[in-house]
Design a protein around this ligand. Structure first.
Ligand SMILES: Nc1ncnc2c1ncn2[C@@H]1O[C@H](COP(=O)(O)OP(=O)(O)OP(=O)(O)O)[C@@H](O)[C@H]1O
Ligand SMILES: [Mg+2]
Length: 365
């Protein structure tokens, strides 16, 4: 240990304090000058103008045994801390590349796909996740439900799917006075033409997946709101997704439609050779009116029917006209009627998705 230095250590090891870490200068090396950082054996140490013998650590604080730190010392300290900050930011960014891509699919019209998409987006945003909504529906309902103006065709998902797409995703912030965590890639009538073109395109079913590979988005969750068909647009969503969720109304027509959807899912996972296959997150019963015996009956039978196929049934979303009113105002229920209990019906499924995002992040760490 050099004379007059403050620190704990032997010729082999020293213990640094604060941000300084362990010093590792070679034996008998002359220090480089007052207040400089010196790199040795992969570690930085601070030279304060003494002979250093062995590996020595030095406190960043002035002591009776060390000279006062110089301005140069403070500058290097700040640079070091800044570099650490940048490194942490890089780590955080790399975590976010593992994202959940959730296709909300149902071939039954009005089953609640768009309602579920909007409320899940807001619930996850509340939990500090970044969410991108994508409207694959020519009806463009998400534009209405998010309170936005109808887009120009070049500002829709249709533009993303064109061969000349350059990576500039047309994403518009939603409910920007309340959150900065939700954006929407708008849909619209132009997608009917896109659907026709997809059939002829060599990579039609994989086009959205290709775009997300070539021009990745760093959102934690991407939600694909699909039209009520089992045509080329939902097929493209299936191929781009990691998970699918199926909203169903508690009525025979909707349940029967969901059975066809499952057939469609298994067939296309196999024929598109999706590896890994997008996982079925579960069914979400919607518009449940607990006063109606038929609803109560179907709701109690659904979990055991699905269990046989290893599919989860999430708690039902209750029937409430406030959903209709909220969508007319372009808001999720959370913002339209913050005290309304129905907004809590999305919590279970939102928690499940949040868990998936976190687990995925853990596996990348
Ligand atoms: N739980 C609910 N209670 C009452 N009304 C609801 C509920 N969920 C959705 N709605 C209303 O039902 C209508 C259809 O819902 P939504 O648009 O979400 O269904 P969709 O499956 O996206 O329809 P589409 O197949 O046309 O895309 C909307 O007016 C919506 O506000
Ligand atoms: Mg819809």
């Amino acid at each position: 240990m050099g004379s007059g230095e403050w620190g704990v250590g032997s010729r082999e090891w020293g213990v640094g304090s604060g941000v300084m870490g362990i010093g590792a200068l070679g034996n008998g090396h002359r220090a480089m000058g007052i207040g400089q950082w010196v790199m040795g054996n992969g570690h930085w140490t601070l030279d304060i103008g003494h002979w250093t013998l062995g590996k020595v650590a030095i406190s960043p604080f002035p002591t009776p045994y060390s000279p006062l730190p110089t301005p140069h010392f403070y500058l290097t300290n700040i640079i070091y801390r800044y570099m650490m900050f940048l490194y942490m930011m890089l780590l955080a960014r790399s975590e976010k590349t593992m994202q959940i891509r959730l296709a909300v699919i149902s071939n039954a019209g009005g089953s609640g796909k768009t309602t579920l998409s909007v409320h899940l987006a807001y619930e996850l945003a509340k939990r500090s996740f970044n969410v991108a909504l994508m409207d694959l529906d020519p009806q463009g309902s998400l534009t209405l439900f998010c309170g936005l103006s109808p887009p120009e065709p070049e500002h829709t998902l249709a533009a993303v799917l064109r061969d000349n797409f350059d990576g500039a995703w047309p994403l518009t912030p939603c409910w920007r006075e309340k959150t900065d965590k939700v954006v929407l890639c708008q849909g619209g009538m132009v997608l009917t033409q896109t659907a026709d073109e997809l059939v002829l395109h060599k990579r039609g079913a994989y086009l959205l997946s290709d775009r997300l590979t070539d021009y990745p988005l760093d959102h934690d969750l991407i939600i694909f709101d699909c039209p009520a068909t089992l045509g080329p647009l939902p097929l493209m969503a299936l191929a781009a997704s990691t998970h699918i969720v199926i909203p169903v109304q508690l009525e025979p027509k909707s349940i029967q439609g969901a059975a066809h959807l499952l057939e469609w899912y298994y067939y296309h996972c196999k024929h598109l050779r999706l590896k890994p296959e997008p996982e079925i997150l579960g069914f979400v019963p919607n518009q449940n009116d607990s006063r109606r015996a038929a609803h109560r009956q179907m709701l109690s039978a659904l979990p055991s029917q699905l269990e046989q196929m290893n599919i989860r049934a999430f708690p039902a979303i209750r029937d409430s006209t406030e959903f209709v009113n909220a969508s007319g105002q372009g808001l999720p229920l959370h913002l339209y009627r913050p005290s309304h209990a129905a907004k809590d019906d999305f919590k279970d499924i939102a928690s499940y998705i949040a868990g998936l995002i976190r687990n995925k992040k853990k596996t990348t760490e």
